[in-house]
Design a protein around this ligand. Structure first.
Ligand SMILES: Nc1ncnc2c1ncn2[C@@H]1O[C@H](COP(=O)(O)OP(=O)(O)O)[C@@H](O)[C@H]1O
Ligand SMILES: [Mg+2]
Length: 241
């Protein structure tokens, strides 16, 4: 097979593929180079941890992978589609269909119940209310919140809110979940429970996971661990994590 064809196959089969990816923030005269020339290929079902010191650029990388920000150089492909070639609307649709997001803070909408929050991505995809309701209910049951459907975020505990956020991220059966320190704001025991749940559900749904964490004990449990350091991404051997 020729070199370009092999490259195309790697992109086509990947849930996320980043090529020569670079980001420099520029505000007025202030330029903040974060990284350059990053390569990343995430295959279906694969779980990848990204570790690195505070300020290394982990959140920036995740935003680029999720199409929430635009790279200064390079390309991101999600489910084989080049993000930069899509209209804003098409990119939004692809993001909603192919990706799920979990952040350190839950980002649930405070005025809506847990059920409504989890229904939202399904409704955005054009599904009927009944269909969205039943999907959301089964995901909330899967994260152990079947008895909290009518609670608003303010009426849930921190761990319950994160579990609702996990349910929301998975409800459209995305190809990949992107997590930015999703358990970073929880006590150790609750963090472990939420983390176990994410891994379990991702594996059951065969969803890929790209997880930013500074917790190396958690990182070690994923298939691969990459360290972002001084603008470069390098794979760590499991015994070096
Ligand atoms: N909107 C922005 N404008 C300018 N600089 C930014 C912006 N966002 C992040 N940065 C800078 O980019 C670097 C990487 O930030 P970030 O991706 O948040 O790191 P991490 O998530 O690894 O802690 C930091 O030095 C940060 O100050
Ligand atoms: Mg961050």
């Amino acid at each position: 097979m020729s070199e370009p064809n092999r490259m195309n196959d790697a992109i086509r089969s990947a849930v996320i593929h980043a090529e020569a990816l670079g980001k420099t923030y520029a505000e007025g005269k202030l330029r903040t180079p974060v990284f350059d020339g990053l390569e990343l290929n995430v295959q279906p079902g694969e779980t990848v941890a990204i570790v690195g010191a505070s300020g290394a650029g982990k959140s920036t990388l995740l935003h680029l992978l999720g199409g929430l920000d635009t790279p200064t150089s390079g390309e991101v492909y999600v489910a084989g589609q080049k993000m930069s070639s899509l209209s804003d609307a098409a990119r939004g649709q692809l993001r909603n269909k192919a990706l799920g997001f979990v952040y350190q803070f839950h980002h649930l909408l405070p005025e809506f119940t847990a059920l409504e929050n989890v229904m939202m991505p399904v409704m955005l995809g054009g599904a009927a209310t009944d269909d969205a309701g039943s999907k959301a209910r089964s995901l909330l049951e899967a994260v152990g919140l079947g008895h909290r459907l009518a609670h608003k975020p303010g009426e849930l505990s921190g761990g319950e809110r994160q579990r609702a956020a996990v349910a929301r991220a998975l409800v459209n059966q995305p190809a990949c979940v992107l997590g930015d320190e999703p358990t970073g704001n929880l006590d150790e025991k609750t963090a472990a429970t939420v983390f176990d749940l994410m891994l379990e559900l991702n594996r059951a749904q065969k969803t890929s996971l790209v997880l930013v964490t500074h917790d190396r004990r958690l990182a070690r449990r994923l298939d691969r661990v990459l360290e972002l350091h001084e603008g470069k991404l390098r794979e760590l051997a499991q015994d070096a994590v």
